[in-house]
Design a protein around this ligand. Structure first.
Ligand SMILES: [Zn+2]
Ligand SMILES: [Zn+2]
Length: 343
């Protein structure tokens, strides 16, 4: 089978590899689509994880082979293979936080184990890591489950309540998902901040009530939001851009007692004045990945047509063009939302 192997030093090598064979509890998935995530860009450009491995954790495809003892799946089933591995036994798994599992990361396709930027992928724990796709959900929509579920879990872990006024900074795949979940979840008003015009258009289409270019507003933005939101400011601010200056801005925006949700998870250091947070009792909450239940909930939202995917999958490219039309283009052309690879 063909596989795109990250070998370090901004290099992907196309290799011909033997088909993986599933052991007990494992499955082999024939990959239909694999989404390129911001994490993959950090791996490729910044060497975030040690090589060599096959990247790709946003995977959909069909079950090709099943190991002994895998129940509930059959060869030919259309599935999403979610990233969060979880042992089911550690402190975090037993306390409802499987995305923090102490050895889940080691099992996760595309981060430690070989992922979906290949024709086939071995899934270590089929029972926990595979989700069957509803018949009416296409691979093109299902490949968005990973970003959708990351957004959904973020919101579920925040202080968001029905009737809240919310600001979302960054309208990439996660930000656009957050906007939709906020509207589904009963937000009173949503302001989206985005510097790229095409993404501003999408943010409005996904239901943001006001969409602004933060660079146009500069220092006036915080005061403008105070005025817009009852003289106090937004209840919740969600950082989805993954940029230091976005998080720095977000921390200045909530009303006193409000919250900032860190979903962008950028790698740059951020300047924070703790006193400014303390004086207004601003809290910061972070969220990582998602649980199996949250992934299934997202598939239900897709199946019932309540989540709009239009404009989210910008392009599908062949595996051989992963670097030029994937990684490099995603950095150069910021109007792209999600690009997926079809091995
Ligand atoms: Zn991802
Ligand atoms: Zn665990």
């Amino acid at each position: 089978m063909k596989a795109a192997v990250y070998v370090g030093d901004k290099t992907i090598r196309m290799e011909e590899r033997p088909l993986p064979a599933p052991g007990p509890g494992e499955a082999v998935v024939e990959i239909a689509l694999c989404g390129i995530c911001g994490t993959d860009l950090h791996i490729y450009f910044e060497g975030m994880l040690p090589p060599p491995f096959v990247p790709g954790h946003e995977n959909v495809g069909t079950v090709y082979a099943l190991g002994e003892g895998v129940e509930g799946f059959a060869v030919g089933d259309r599935v999403a293979a979610g990233p969060p591995g979880s042992c089911g036994r550690c402190y975090y798994c037993l306390h409802g936080r499987p995305s923090l599992c102490v050895d889940g990361f080691e099992q996760t396709n595309g981060l430690r184990r070989d992922g979906g930027m290949a024709e086939y992928m071995l899934v270590k724990d089929a029972r926990q890591m595979l989700y069957r796709l509803p018949d009416n959900v296409s691979f093109e929509d299902a490949v968005l489950t990973d970003t959708m579920a990351t957004a959904l879990r973020g919101l579920a872990q925040s202080a968001f309540r029905v009737g809240d006024n919310v600001v979302v900074s960054g309208a990439g795949p996660i930000g656009l998902s957050i906007i939709q979940f906020l509207k589904l979840g009963g937000a009173r008003h949503v302001t989206a901040l985005e510097v790229v015009p095409e993404k501003r258009r999408l943010a409005a289409a996904m239901g943001a009530d006001v969409v602004l270019d933060p660079d146009d507003m500069a220092e006036d933005l915080a005061a403008w939001l105070v005025e817009l939101y009852g003289g106090v400011g937004p209840d919740l601010v969600v950082e989805c851009a993954g940029k230091a200056r976005s998080l720095e801005l977000c921390l200045r925006l909530p009303r006193a007692g409000g919250q900032v949700l860190n979903l962008g998870a950028g790698g740059e250091p951020v300047t924070v004045v703790p006193a400014m947070l303390a004086l207004r009792e601003i809290s910061l909450v972070s969220s990582l990945a998602y649980t199996a239940d949250e992934a299934k909930l997202c598939l239900d939202y897709l199946a019932s047509g309540r989540f709009c995917t239009e404009g989210l999958l910008s392009d599908v490219i062949p595996l051989e063009e992963l670097v030029e039309r994937g990684f490099e283009r995603l950095v150069a052309d910021r109007s792209l939302v999600k690009v997926a690879v079809a091995p």
